[in-house]
Every structure is written in structure tokens, then in C-alpha cells.
Design a protein around this ligand. Structure first.
Ligand code: NDP
Length: 322
């Protein structure tokens, strides 16, 4: 089967299309024939070596497809089931072996591309808005990269809850996309001081929570934008990692800082089924719109990485495989 692998961590040119044997499902595992794989920043972090893995690294952390075979003791899915998953590596391939407990069945009306696009960023937006800082109607949140993959879904979920949403973006075109997703106010953080704007737009109070996927270039101002006892959910680093900080920096508002990750919000099968079920049913019902920006062939995964890193994209990138 065809699979994208990394033998030496580095740039997009280090993504290699390999021909390797189809793997076999062991106990508790399922073999999935992949129809589409999501492309995510976590794949870039494994490619560059920021996140460590044994070589050769099988890339891709999200996909949708059909169960081809199951190993011993699997009760969650059966051959022929249409399934999707996130956070099991190796989805840039024609087949992947996945722990069966990580698979969810796709509703009948949801196609493979939509399901592959929904899982990782959708469940991330779900845990951030439902669990990390559970938003309530009337809260105000600040969402960075509000036209991005995760950002665009956080905006929609926050609006569905009844919160007020301030979004940041880098261009006028992305501002239009963020507004379309439902953002009440959009700040061009490449032109304006977003902390000053966020305070102005909240009558000086500050926002209840900042959902920050950008990291290095936004971190300090994200803290400045918070109300007393507000929460900074720093969940990514698309501009680079935040340098070490002195915890006393939080004293200016008795602020809460957390660095959450999806695996810690998918601790049980019940939690996975809750989050994935909410996301996929919201997509099915039209309450959550996925913006699929670009679709690439498997062999062109390097272009997907280049585009995602270059800040040009707005929404989801996919590899069409099967
Ligand atoms: P996005 O679609 O948000 O793409 C990244 C966006 O970040 C860009 O489009 C850009 O938006 C903004 N950005 C700001 N500065 C830069 C820069 N220097 N280089 C590139 N982009 C920049 O990506 P994702 O939604 O897939 O992921 C965003 C981040 O969230 C990643 O760090 C990812 O790892 C993390 N993440 C974390 C999860 C978790 O559970 N902790 C789960 C999912 C994602 P603009 O042009 O508007 O500034």
C-alpha cells in the first residue's frame, strides 16, 4: 500500500511516498481502508521533530474510511462499518491499523470527506468550549485565527451556545470568513493591538476566555485581554512555541492558564462518543459548517504542509485517498 513516511525529520520535502505491506489488525485493533485523511499542524510537528516519534514516522492523525477487518476481542466496530477517528498516527496511507476503541461510526448522511474534516478540530473545539472553559450564554470569548480550522469551529460552537465572539485574523478576506462563521467582532491582529481592541469592545472589562492556537506572537497580549480571573486556553503554537514564563505573570488578574490537549479530553470511550457524536450530529443537522479549503492527492501531502505552514489557508485541508 502507499503511505507517506518521514525517515529524517525536517521540511516538507522529507515526506516520502513509500510502498509498504498492508498492516494487520492485532487484538483490540481494526484495519481501516482510508478514504480521506485530515491534515493538521500536529503532522507538521511530527515531521519537523518538535514532537518525537520512532523512525520512520507514519504521518497523519485523522481519517475516515471503511473497516476492512478487525482483530481479536473487537466489539466496537465490524467489517463494512463507515468510521472516522482522530489521534492515531498513520492516516496518510491507504490503510491504517487503529485501536477499535478510537473509532466512531459515521452517520449515514455524512460523507467521508466531511467526517475526516470534522474529527480532530471539531472535537478540539468541543472540549475547549464545553470543558476547558465551559462557555455560557452571555460570556465573551476571544478566538485567535478565527478563520482557521480549529478557530472557525470554535467560533460556531461559541455562537451556538449564545456567547459573544471576538475573532482575530490576518487579512480582510479571512475577516469575511470569520464573520461568515458567526464572529460578532473581527480584529485584524496584524494591524491592530488585539488586547487593546478586546478591552475596548468589552467596555474595559476584558474577555472571559481566550482560545489561543497561535502561541508565541499572541501569548502575552492574550493575557492582557482577559478579565480578572479569566482563562487563557493556550492550545497551539502555529506561530511558534511560547518561551518559558514566570508564573507571577498571572498575578495581574489572578488569571488561569492551561495548555490543553485533545487526548486528555478523550479519556474514555464514553467521552469520545459524546464529543464525536455531538460534532457529527451538528454537522449532519447543519449547525456546524465545515469549510474544506483544499483537497490534495496523497502523493502531494508536501504541498498541503507547505500551504498550512504558509498561513494561506482558511479551514480544513484534506488528502483524498480511496
Ligand atoms: P489553522 O487552520 O488555525 O492554521 C493556522 C493559522 O494560524 C493560520 O491560518 C494563521 O491564521 C494563524 N497564524 C498566526 N501566525 C502564524 C504563523 N506565524 N504561521 C502560520 N500560521 C499562523 O490550523 P489548525 O486549526 O489546524 O491548528 C492551529 C493550532 O492549534 C496548531 O498549533 C495546532 O497544533 C493546534 N491544535 C491543538 C489541538 C489541541 O488539542 N491542543 C488540537 C488541534 C489543533 P491568520 O492568518 O488569521 O493569522
Amino acid at each position: 500500500m502507499k503511505s507517506i513516511q518521514v525517515n529524517v525529520p525536517g521540511g516538507p520535502e522529507n515526506l516520502q511516498l513509500a510502498d509498504i505491506p498492508v498492516p494487520q489488525a492485532g487484538p483490540g485493533q481494526a484495519l481501516v481502508r482510508i478514504a480521506a485523511s485530515g491534515v493538521n499542524f500536529i503532522d507538521i510537528y511530527f515531521r519537523t521533530g518538535l514532537y518525537k516519534a520512532d523512525l520512520p514516522i507514519a504521518l497523519g492523525s485523522e481519517a475516515a474510511g471503511t473497516v476492512e477487518a478487525v482483530g481479536e476481542g473487537v466489539s466496537e466496530v465490524a467489517p463494512g462499518d463507515r468510521v472516522a477517528y482522530a489521534m492515531a498516527r498513520g492516516s496518510y496511507a491507504e490503510y491504517a491499523v487503529v485501536p477499535a476503541a478510537q473509532l466512531v461510526k459515521i452517520p449515514a448522511h455524512v460523507d467521508f470527506h466531511t467526517a475526516a474534516a470534522a474529527m480532530l478540530q471539531g472535537m478540539t473545539a468541543h472540549y475547549l468550549t464545553q470543558s476547558t472553559y465551559p462557555l455560557k450564554a452571555g460570556d465573551t470569548c476571544l478566538v485567535h485565527a478565527a478563520a482557521g480550522g480549529a478557530g472557525g469551529l470554535i467560533v460556531q460552537m461559541a455562537k451556538n451556545i449564545g456567547a459573544r465572539v471576538l475573532g482575530t485574523v490576518s487579512t480582510a478576506e479571512k475577516a469575511r470568513i470569520a464573520r461568515e462563521a458567526g464572529a460578532d467582532e473581527v480584529i485584524l491582529y496584524t494591524e491592530q493591538e488585539f488586547d487593546v481592541e478586546a478591552r475596548r469592545l468589552t467596555g474595559g472589562r476584558g474577555v472571559d476566555v481566550v482560545y489561543d492556537s497561535v502561541g508565541k506572537t499572541t501569548f502575552e497580549k492574550s493575557l492582557n485581554a482577559l478579565r480578572p480571573r479569566g482563562t487563557l486556553a493556550l492550545f497551539g503554537q502555529s506561530s511558534g512555541s511560547v518561551p518559558p514564563i514566570d508564573p507571577a505573570i498571572l498575578a495581574k488578574g489572578s488569571l488561569f492558564l492551561t495548555r490543553p490537549g485533545l487526548p486528555h479530553y478523550l479519556l474514555t470511550r464514553e467521552e469520545l462518543l459524546w464529543r464525536a457524536g455531538d460534532v457529527l450530529s451538528a454537522v449532519d443537522a447543519g449547525r456546524l459548517r465545515l469549510r474544506i479549503d483544499r483537497i490534495y492527492p496523497l502523493a502531494d501531502a508536501a504541498s498541503a504542509h507547505r500551504d498550512l505552514e504558509s498561513r494561506k489557508t482558511a479551514g480544513k485541508l484534506l488528502l483524498a485517498i480511496g
